[in-house]
Structure formats: structure tokens, C-alpha cells
Design a protein around this ligand. Structure first.
Ligand code: 1OR
Ligand code: 1OR
Length: 259
């Protein structure tokens, strides 16, 4: 609580206008930013070519990498609308956030090593995952993901069980309100990757069964850090498609669940 109030005391408001560069790739890191509102494009330059690789939509935070790892800014962040940000200076960020990261590494190191999907990563890459993960707690019956929603994060079950439910389709192709349980995820298993990989709405809902703890990662960190796991995830998605046919007798398009 004391650290939280120190962080809040140190934070300052920054208003931005369309086309304003909040961060330029290659610069030294000064502040970390939390988004209150606004849209922000992420550009990464490689081989002299700048490419838009993602966007923040009224939600999330950025600018932590240069401060955490003492590296130049890894991307350019440009506001595309009017926006409001909360900034945290480098010194306060390092004093408080880095101290907590050290604690987090100790706490999660062993668990993260046991997660099958992360096995293909180098130990140093797994540590970077620990640096960016958040923890979320749910009570029995809480809906963690809602089918059809826009997606912005990825989950790994740390404890408890998560029930994945899908709305079935009627013969006329209408979505019925009846949800069918399709699978469960236990400690060390992941969910919520499909919509991030396909850029589509959530294909199913996820509910907590009794108390559940999940590690959560935003889509930007997912894309930045889980590249080496992508082949396995994509292979597993192919299995979903096979299961879908077996369960519902149709190949309802998982890559387009809105239809
Ligand atoms: P920073 O301090 O380096 C730029 O300043 C910020 O952009 C960075 O911290 C992150 O918070 C944020 N690669 C690197 N940085 C990213 C990325 C990213 N996305 C957001 N940031 N990738 C894009 C993934 C969608 C990987 C691109 C190859
Ligand atoms: P998402 O981002 O679409 C819902 O949000 C998540 O449920 C999804 O990612 C997967 O991580 C998870 N079909 C679709 N999604 C599934 C399935 C699945 N299993 C888990 N999820 N299956 C085929 C449907 C009958 C697998 C059945 C074993």
C-alpha cells in the first residue's frame, strides 16, 4: 500500500494531441506511461523501414522496457487521437517497480519453468515474461472471458480450474444462448491465445471453477515475447478446429466466431 501511494504521488498527467510522438524509438527512457484514454499506434523501425506493429486502445501501459533494462526505446508511440496519460519518472519507476520485479522473479520462477507452452523459451526469455505478467484472482463462477468480446490479453492458470464454454449453433445457423462446456484448463495451461493469434473476437467464454488465480499478459507482450511458442500454439488451434467438427458436427469458422 505504501509503495502504491508513492507511485500515485509521483505520477503526473500528460495530455496529448493527434500525431504527437509520446516516445521515439532509439531515445533514452525518461518516463513510463499508463493510458487513461486515447488511441496510440506502435511503430517499430527495422532496416530503415518503420512499420505499425500494433495499437493501444484506451487501455494499457507502455515505456517500461527502456527503464527496466536500461536500453534505448524499442518502439515509437504516436497518439492518433486526443489522449490522457499518467507518467511515472524513471527514478521512481526503478526504485519501486524494479524492486518488485526482483520479488516477482523469485515468486514465479519455478512455476513459469513448469509451464509447458513456455518450455521452448530460453531461461532469460522466461524471466522477461515474469517481468511483464500480472496476477488476477477470480471467484467461483466469475466470467474471465466472454465469447464475442474484443481481446487484449492472454492467460495462464496458476491455480484452480477454468471452464471453457461455447455457445452452440442451431440448425439454421443462429447462435443459441445455450453454452456447452468444451474443455477445462488447469494449473500450467493457457487460454485466450486464439483471438490474439487470429485477430478475431473471443471464440468461447471462460469461467472460474471455485477460486482461480491466473497470470495475465497483454497482447503487446504476448506478441513480443511468445514468438518462439507460436508454432505450438498454432498447431493446437488446428486441434480446436478438429474438435469443433467432432462436437458440433460443423466446421463453424473458428477464425470468424462472430458469424
Ligand atoms: P520502451 O521503453 O522501449 C517503447 O519504449 C515502448 O513500446 C516499449 O517500452 C513497450 O512498452 C512498447 N516491441 C517493443 N516495444 C513495444 C512493442 C514491441 N509493443 C509495444 N511496445 N513489439 C510489438 C508487439 C505488438 C514487438 C515488435 C517487434
Ligand atoms: P480465445 O481468445 O478465443 C476463448 O478465448 C478461449 O478458449 C480460446 O481463445 C482458447 O484459448 C480457449 N475452441 C475454441 N477455443 C478454445 C477451445 C476450442 N478450447 C479452448 N479454447 N475447442 C474447439 C471447440 C469445440 C477445443 C475443445 C477441446
Amino acid at each position: 500500500m505504501e509503495q502504491l501511494s508513492q507511485v500515485l504521488d509521483a505520477m503526473f498527467e500528460r495530455r496529448v494531441e493527434p500525431q504527437e510522438h509520446v516516445i521515439d524509438q532509439g531515445d533514452d527512457g525518461d518516463n513510463f506511461y499508463v493510458i487513461e484514454r486515447g488511441l496510440y499506434d506502435i511503430f517499430v523501425a527495422r532496416d530503415g523501414q518503420s512499420r505499425c506493429v500494433g495499437r493501444y486502445d484506451n487501455h494499457g501501459s507502455f515505456g517500461e522496457l527502456a527503464l527496466m533494462y536500461n536500453t534505448p526505446r524499442a518502439a515509437t508511440i504516436v497518439a492518433t487521437t486526443d489522449g490522457a496519460l499518467w507518467g511515472l519518472d524513471r527514478v521512481t519507476f526503478r526504485r519501486i517497480i524494479l524492486k518488485n520485479n526482483a520479488k516477482k522473479r523469485k515468486m514465479y520462477e519455478i512455476f513459469v519453468e513448469s509451464v509447458p507452452i513456455l518450455k521452448s523459451l530460453e531461461p532469460s526469455e522466461r524471466m522477461k515474461i515474469v517481468d511483464v505478467i500480472g496476477e488476477k484472482n477470480y471467484k467461483d463462477g466469475d466470467r474471465i472471458i466472454a465469447q464475442g468480446d474484443k481481446a487484449d490479453c492472454f492467460y495462464i492458470v496458476e491455480s484452480g480450474e477454468v471452464k471453457i464454454m461455447m455457445k452452440s449453433k442451431t440448425k439454421s445457423g443462429q447462435e443459441s444462448n445455450q453454452e456447452v462446456e468444451i474443455t477445462r484448463c488447469k494449473r500450467g495451461q493457457y487460454f485466450g491465445e486464439l483471438a490474439l493469434v487470429t485477430n478475431k473476437p473471443r471464440a468461447a467464454s471462460a469461467y472460474a471453477v471455485e477460486d482461480v488465480k491466473c497470470l495475465v499478459m497483454d497482447v503487446q507482450a504476448f506478441e513480443r515475447l511468445l514468438g518462439p511458442c507460436m508454432d505450438i500454439m498454432k498447431r493446437n488451434i488446428t486441434h480446436y478446429e478438429e474438435q469443433l467438427v467432432a462436437l458440433f458436427g460443423s466446421s463453424m469458422d473458428l477464425r470468424d466466431p462472430g458469424k
